[in-house]
Write a protein that binds this ligand. Structure first.
Ligand SMILES: *Cc1c(COP(=O)(O)O)cnc(C)c1O
Length: 334
């Protein structure tokens, strides 16, 4: 019972069967029919011209940023953005792209006035501002559609492009009960992680225009991301998108239940209004010795990261019964 992340999900039997039976070829030659089919299908499904299958979400973001920006360009992003904080500085290191982080609002959005103030004038002192990169969901929070519309208006006004780190964009779409295209339509490019709540073992997608994806494909080869018989993995990726989206609704219900129960524990505070999807944060006061508690939980078969705030993630491999049991144990150990 692993609550660290939705990345721990294991491939379903349907995925394993599809992987065994996948038709494959050498994808670097463009010969893998399963990868080609996934890329064509995903482009159409999400309202883009083209798609690229990548080895990870980090790689999809890196290629995505590098395909928008040249050396000496910059992208605007959130201080809490995954592609600023958690990707080893890849865009700066490998792309020579300068990030310009903006403090995230409590709801995860970036203040449009602050974004406008951060756009650099065309002057040889400055990096060239090219791109706004948003993240949805961000720390489990869904950006409102009205916010996406205002961000689009901002980038259009300033001649920038707009990228979505959509690692969990399906969680956002399911939480809003809308088709994922209703989110995707605001963006020039978007990533999707197939290997989180959607349950594929490996893989992400980058979506965009034909020209943009052709550029990203070259960059993927450059960073060593050209894979050969990748159809074995892409077969599971297709199932993630066709069969596993519904499950996210259950994950979100479980997260809400978990948040409600955690909030009842002494020393735990949960901002329930920000539990939109499958991630729950609980701030712990000093009375809670989380290291000792997580060590005891480990003996009971629960894997939980000892952190403050405590971050618990629901997914297809944890059930409501597991959560009930977790709460029971937490009550005992506090
Ligand atoms: C997980 C995640 C990524 C990176 O995905 P990996 O496949 O782990 O490299 C990118 N962005 C966000 C928002 C994520 O949650």
């Amino acid at each position: 019972m692993d609550f660290r992340s939705d990345t721990v999900t294991k491939p379903s039997q349907a995925m394993r069967d599809a992987m065994i039976n996948a038709a494959v070829g050498d994808d670097v030659y463009g010969d893998d029919p399963t990868v080609n089919e996934l890329e064509q299908w995903a482009a159409e499904r999400h309202g883009f011209e083209a798609a690229l299958y990548t080895s990870s979400g980090t790689q999809a973001n890196l290629l995505g940023l590098m395909a928008h920006c040249e050396r000496g360009d910059e992208y605007l992003c959130g201080q809490q953005a995954h592609n600023y904080l958690y990707e080893a500085g890849g865009a700066a290191v490998l792309g020579s792209i300068q990030p310009q982080p903006i403090e995230n609002n409590p709801d995860g959005s970036l203040d449009i006035a602050k974004l406008k103030a951060a756009v650099k004038p065309d002057d040889s002192h400055f990096a060239r501002t090219k791109l706004l990169s948003l993240e949805n969901t961000i720390n489990g929070k869904v950006l409102p559609l009205e916010y996406l519309a205002s961000a689009r208006q901002f980038v259009d006004e300033y001649g920038l492009s707009m990228h979505l780190d959509g690692a969990r964009v399906y969680n956002a779409a399911v939480a809003l009960d809308i088709d994922v295209r209703e989110i995707a339509k605001y963006f020039d490019s978007m990533t999707i992680c197939l290997s989180k709540g959607l349950g594929a073992p490996i893989g992400s997608l980058l979506l965009g225009s034909k020209e943009y994806i052709a550029k990203a494909r070259r960059l993927r080869k450059m960073v060593g991301g050209g894979m050969r018989q990748a159809g074995i993995l892409a077969a599971a990726g297709k199932i993630a998108l066709t069969e596993n989206v519904e499950q996210l609704k259950v994950d979100h219900q479980n997260a809400k239940y978990l948040a409600t129960e955690l909030a009842k524990l002494p020393g735990f505070s949960v901002k329930a209004e920000y539990v939109h999807t499958n991630i729950v944060f609980a701030k712990l006061d000093e009375s809670v010795d989380i290291k000792t508690i997580t060590a005891k939980l480990a003996d009971d078969g629960f894997t939980v990261t000892a952190s403050n705030p405590l971050r618990l993630v629901t997914h297809r491999d944890v059930t409501k019964q597991h959560i009930e049991l977790l709460i029971e144990k937490l009550n005992k150990y506090i």
